[in-house]
Ligand binder design. Structure first.
Ligand code: TYM
Length: 331
C-alpha cells in the first residue's frame, strides 16, 4: 500500500440510495480488478451526498452499508485504502482552495448540475454547484494517475484535469493530472424502461434499475419486463437501444463479444434473451449479496477497516495539502 513505484488509482461513490448495476459495471467492478496492479484508494463520498437533503439516521446507516457493499464487491482492505470521505478533513480544505481556481462559467456548464437543478428547482444550493470542485479535490489530494469511473463522470474528470493544469501552470508542478479509466462495454448502463436514459438510482420506477441487493427472483423479473425495440432480432444497433443495452450488460457479465451474443441468440426471441441476461446478472450478484451480509454483520471489523483507511488516507492527503498551501503562500 502507498507503494511509491506503483501508479495511483482513486475513485469514489455516493452512499445514498444503494448501488445500481450501472455503478457496478461502470465503475466498482474495475476497482477490484485494478488492485492487482495499482496503488488503490477508494472512498464513500458522504459529503457529496448532502447536496440533496438526507434523513440523518438513514444517511448514517447507508454510509456503513456502502462501505460493506464495496468490500463485498471486491475492494480488499489488505491491498487498498477504503475510507469515508468526511473522515478526512483535507478534502473539504483543498476543495475550498481549488474553488478559488475554478470559474463560475466552468461550473455552470456541468451537465449534471444543469440536470439536477432542473429536477430539484427548490434546492439549487451552493454545494450542488461546487460539487465538481470537491470531486477534483478528492482526486488531486492523492496525486492520482487513474480514475475508474462510468461515462457520466467524464465531464467532472475533465474539469479536475483543467483545475490541476491551471494550478500547476501558476505555481509549478503540484498535482498529477489524472486520466479516466472506463470499461470497454457498459461504461453507460441505460435504464431498463427507457434505454435512452442512464440507469439511475434515483429513478422512481423500480423496474428501470437493478440494485445490487435486489432479490434474485426480482432481478430476473425486471429483465423480463425490460423495454425492447421493434423487430425480433438480437442485434446491437443504434435503432435498437433497448436490445443494445441488454447486450452490453450481457457482454460485460460474460465477456462475450457482440458477435458471439448475436450468434448465441440467432433464431431466438427477445423473451429467451431477456431471461438469459436476467439469470446471468442474478448469478453474478449472488456471491456479492452473500459477502455483503457477512461484512455488514461484523461491526467491529468494518469499523477497524474504515478507521485505518481514514488514517492512511489522511496521511497521504496531508502531504498534498501542505504542498498546495506552501505554493500559494498560506504557509
Ligand atoms: P456516483 O455515486 O453517482 O456513481 C458511482 C460510479 O458509478 C458510475 N455510474 C455508472 N456507470 C455506468 N452506467 C451507469 N448507469 C452509471 N451510473 C453511475 C459513475 O460514473 C461513478 O463512477 N461524483 C461521483 C462520485 C465521486 C468521485 C470522486 C468519483 C466523488 N468524488 C472522485 C471518482 C473520483 C458520483 O456521484 O458517482
Amino acid at each position: 500500500m502507498a507503494d511509491e513505484n506503483k501508479k495511483r488509482v482513486f475513485s469514489g461513490i455516493q452512499p445514498t440510495g444503494g448501488f445500481t448495476l450501472g455503478n457496478y459495471l461502470g465503475a466498482v467492478r474495475n476497482w477490484g480488478v485494478l488492485q492487482d496492479e495499482y496503488d488503490c484508494i477508494y472512498s464513500v463520498v458522504d459529503l457529496h451526498s448532502i447536496t440533496v437533503r438526507q434523513d440523518p439516521a438513514t444517511l448514517r446507516r447507508q454510509i456503513r452499508e456502502s462501505a460493506a457493499l464495496l468490500l463485498a464487491c471486491g475492494v480488499d482492505p489488505e491491498r487498498s485504502i477504503l475510507f469515508i470521505q468526511g473522515d478526512v478533513h483535507q478534502h473539504a480544505e483543498l476543495s475550498w482552495i481549488l474553488g478559488c481556481y475554478t470559474q463560475f462559467g466552468e461550473l455552470s456548464r456541468m451537465t449534471q448540475f444543469k440536470d439536477k437543478s432542473q429536477k430539484h428547482p427548490e434546492n439549487v444550493n451552493g454545494g450542488l454547484f461546487t460539487y465538481p470542485v470537491l470531486m477534483a479535490a478528492d482526486i488531486l489530494l492523492y496525486q492520482t494517475d487513474l480514475v475508474p469511473i462510468g461515462a457520466d463522470q467524464k465531464q467532472h474528470l475533465e474539469l479536475a484535469r483543467n483545475i490541476a493544469e491551471r494550478f500547476n501552470g501558476v505555481y509549478g508542478q503540484t498535482f498529477v493530472v489524472p486520466d479516466g479509466y472506463f470499461p470497454k462495454v457498459a461504461a453507460r448502463v441505460m435504464s431498463l424502461q427507457d434505454p435512452t436514459a442512464k440507469m439511475s438510482k434515483s429513478d422512481e420506477n423500480t423496474n428501470a434499475k437493478i440494485m445490487l441487493l435486489d432479490d434474485p427472483d426480482l432481478i430476473v423479473k425486471k429483465f423480463r419486463r425490460a423495454v425492447t425495440d421493434s423487430g425480433s432480432e438480437i442485434r446491437a444497433a443504434e435503432y435498437k437501444p433497448g436490445v443494445t443495452n441488454l447486450m452490453s450488460i450481457y457482454s460485460a457479465c460474460t465477456g462475450k463479444t457482440f458477435e458471439e451474443i448475436e450468434r448465441e441468440f440467432d433464431g431466438k426471441g427477445y423473451g429467451d434473451f431477456k431471461t438469459a441476461v436476467g439469470e446471468t446478472v442474478r448469478d453474478m450478484l449472488k456471491p456479492i449479496q452473500e459477502r455483503y451480509a457477512v461484512y455488514l454483520s461484523d461491526k467491529e471489523q468494518l469499523n477497524g477497516i474504515l478507521k485505518s483507511g481514514a488514517e492512511k488516507a489522511s496521511y497521504l492527503a496531508s502531504k498534498t495539502l501542505a504542498k498546495a498551501r506552501r505554493k500559494i503562500g498560506l504557509d
